[in-house]
Design a protein around this ligand. Structure first.
Ligand code: BTN
Length: 324
């Protein structure tokens, strides 16, 4: 059932009678009710009040591809040839990967309102409720192969954190290697999947998920606390502005990184580094390794002072000791 036309009508947050909705959609009132139920199945709260009709409380802040295209700066325009906004997809990273498999190239970006099989790091799933977060994927082709993209996830993290700060968010942090955090809770994450030859050209599918407004969402129990952008200062109704800032910020950062490497991002990372100087456990395969985080090295590895001296980790997960 095509739910988007009804969602578009209810997105203003006002009541609309069944008769009005039926007339505008060209369907019967019974069919309107069936559509309302389908919208509710997407996890969207729809109030049905006798004598008033239907409404989505507080409305929805939907993405519009025209606004995104109009807001892209010169670097984003040069780097991204094609931008799409989907309603419901399995995963924006999966969409981008299928496009590559079908012969598509880099220079592609897409967003979705909802993902039914959002992917997180390490095989985890990424719960992706409708219009309450940003689900963004950007595909870029690196001509110099896999080694040239070491550190890419840090670069993307820095550009996203800077975009959030510029949008008015306070206390945004980066947790090595891929997490966006605020107040020790998870704000978002980055998942980069690489396709191509080790030595030759490869394509990076860069996925970014950011919680915008989870206040009306029933999240399943997760292994860490969540936070969203509205709670750290983003004004309501700014998802399109945010999506534009991501298109511009991430494309600019990827361009600079490809041209000049990681060096220019190290001090920018440090400003957001939420692990710096804190007691941590590093999970890099075997037993957790306790130590104190000392920032990242020139190649983006995490430096941790342990009993055995300073160790540099190239991959793994980190938790701050004493914080869930
Ligand atoms: C993490 O586990 O922290 C990374 C989460 C990345 C989620 C984003 S949402 C957009 C893109 N599409 C996906 O399926 N995953 C990434």
């Amino acid at each position: 059932m095509e739910t988007r036309p009804l969602i578009n009508l209810l997105a203003d947050g006002a009541f609309h009678s069944g008769a009005e909705l039926g007339a505008r959609l060209g369907i019967s009132r019974t069919a309107v009710w069936n559509h309302v139920q389908a919208v509710q199945k997407l996890g969207i709260q729809v109030d049905a009040v006798r004598g008033k009709g239907y409404r989505i409380p507080h409305g929805l802040d939907l993405l519009h591809v025209g606004q995104l295209l109009a807001g892209m700066g010169p670097v984003a325009r040069a780097m991204i040839r094609d931008v799409e906004v989907f309603d419901v997809v399995d995963s924006t990273n999966a969409v981008a990967a299928s496009r590559l498999k079908a012969g598509g190239e880099g220079g592609y970006a897409c967003f979705a309102e909802c993902q039914t099989a959002g992917r997180g790091r390490r095989g985890r799933s990424w719960v992706s409720p409708y219009a309450t977060s940003i689900y963004f994927t950007f595909v870029h082709e690196f001509l110099r192969g896999f080694p040239a993209i070491d550190g890419l996830s840090l670069v993307v993290g820095v550009s996203v954190a800077e975009a959030l700060e510029a949008a008015g968010c306070r206390g945004v942090g980066l947790k090595w290697p891929n997490d966006l955090v605020a107040a020790d809770a998870k704000l978002g994450g980055i998942l980069i999947e690489v396709y191509g030859d080790v030595g030759g050209p490869c394509r990076a599918v860069i996925g970014v998920g950011i919680n915008v407004d989870l206040s009306s969402v029933d999240m399943p129990p997760l292994d860490q606390p969540l936070i969203d952008l509205l709670r750290i200062g983003l004004p309501r109704g700014r998802r399109n502005d945010l999506a534009i800032a991501l298109l511009n910020g991430v494309s600019l950062a990827v361009r600079d990184f490809e041209r000049d490497g990681l060096a220019g991002f190290l001090s920018r990372w440090q400003r957001f580094d939420c692990l710096l100087g804190r007691p941590v456990n590093v999970f890099a395969g075997g037993e957790p390794i306790p130590g104190s985080a000392e920032g990242i090295d020139q190649t983006g590895g995490l430096c941790v002072r342990t009993e055995a001296g300073v160790q540099v980790f190239r991959s793994g997960e980190v938790s701050v000791r004493g914080v869930r």
